[in-house]
Design a protein around this ligand. Structure first.
Ligand code: PLP
Length: 396
């Protein structure tokens, strides 16, 4: 029998979203028009930050954030090994050295205790980081207060990679308000919480950082006479005052973003309802469910479960393949970044971040997105139960 394939994540596009995009296609500006600032405003209003800089991806926004903070050759940038490679690559683009902090085995985010220990060792060696990139994995906020305290004590800058976490809350406030960081970056790839097709956005409360990111997003070119080294030659005049890129978001994308922002609360409510339902339905199974620390409210971009081969009597690989055979589009988030060949070539090795590697050995992300129905979710849970039982009965 052919099963309907259930992907782990996917976009939810309404007729209102489509109309918003069509309106831009029929308007004067496809890019560099009014939709981009409107989207920036919508996100910063929602988060409670003062500035927003949209970009053509979160990867670009992370690169801009690193450059604006002065990450460069000779600097050190630390991040989590359990993240998408872009969280580390952005520092490499700037010529910086990357290192990792092991994760907390309960939250899967960087461990504030491991960070404190590594900082205490780095200080006497003169190897303190310039910037920390804290990743809110699965939409679950990091312990930002603890991180901000360490940032003050050791004088490093903080970027929040909130690619998974628009709509998440930390101590009752929205992620992205930058209360405990310099810059927060969101992603709008179609599997994330809201989408612009491709896209990202950096929020900050520091005008100088926002200006720097906006400048580098568009070639390092300014039209502000105050930023030029001589008065403009005429009304056509611009100056390139730094080496930037074309990292601009189009108005087509931004209009979709504005429309998706209107639907954010609906998306979050669905994700949280489905996550709570997984919590209930999976409670009896020999798997570890996501943990919610008291300080955070997850946006539930992902719902990873851990299969411990010793308790389950079956390995992650077998469960994964059994679910895929039943049409359940499970995935693994993430392969520890330090074990990627590119990072190995920089000197990283297996065994350096044991909690990250243990997490990776057991992790499976179950499908979770706002359009997932409870009937589909029941089918996923049933397939997982069977996968686990198959082994217990020794039938395979
Ligand atoms: C998706 C993702 C990115 C990159 O986002 P893009 O918009 O695809 O460039 C960066 N970091 C994390 C944690 C992500 O999940």
């Amino acid at each position: 029998m052919a099963y309907e394939y259930l992907p782990y994540g996917r976009q939810d596009i309404s007729s209102t979203d489509i109309e918003a995009v069509l309106a831009v296609l029929q308007s004067e500006f496809l890019t560099q028009g009014p939709a981009v600032p409107a989207f920036e405003q919508a996100v910063t209003n929602y988060c409670g930050a003062t500035h927003g800089v949209a970009a053509n991806s979160a990867t670009s926004a992370l690169h801009l954030a690193c450059l604006a903070l002065g990450v460069g050759p000779g600097e050190r940038v630390w991040t989590s090994p359990i993240t998408f490679v872009a969280s580390a690559n952005c520092a490499r683009y700037c010529g910086a050295q990357v290192d990792f902090i092991d994760i907390d085995p309960r939250t899967y985010n960087i461990s504030a205790a491991a960070l404190a220990e590594k900082l205490a060792r780095a200080e006497p060696a003169g190897q303190l980081p310039h910037t920390l990139i804290a990743v809110h994995l699965c939409g679950q906020p990091c312990d930002m207060k603890a991180i901000a305290t360490l940032a003050q004590r050791y004088r490093f800058r903080v970027i929040e990679d909130a690619s998974h976490a628009i709509g998440a809350r930390y101590l009752g406030e929205p992620v992205g308000n930058c209360r405990y960081s310099d810059i927060t970056v969101f992603s709008f790839h179609p599997v994330k919480i809201i989408t612009t097709g491709e896209g990202g956005l950096a929020t900050t409360n520091q005008a100088a950082l926002a200006r720097r990111m906006a400048l580098l997003r568009s070639h390092g070119i300014t039209r502000e006479s105050a930023e030029m080294d001589h008065p403009p030659d005429g009304p056509w005049y611009y100056q390139q005052i730094g080496l930037g890129f074309n990292y601009r978001m189009t108005d087509i994308q931004a209009a979709l973003g504005v429309s998706q922002m209107e639907r954010l609360e609906e998306f979050l409510a669905n994700r949280r309802r489905l996550a709570r339902r997984y919590d209930q339905l999976l409670g009896e199974l020999p798997v570890t469910l996501p943990y919610q620390p008291p300080f955070g409210e997850s946006a539930y971009h992902l719902y990873p479960i851990l299969i411990d081969a010793a308790t389950a009597g079956i390995g992650r690989g077998e469960v994964f393949e059994s679910l895929q055979r039943r049409g359940i589009g499970v995935n693994v988030h993430y392969i520890p970044v330090h074990t990627q060949p590119y990072y190995r070539s920089l000197g990283f090795r297996d065994g350096q971040f044991p909690n990250a590697e243990r997490y990776y050995a057991g992790a499976i992300s179950l499908p979770l997105h706002p359009g997932l129905t409870e009937i589909q979710q029941d089918r996923i849970v049933d397939a997982l139960r069977r996968a686990l039982q198959e082994n217990a009965c020794g039938s395979r």
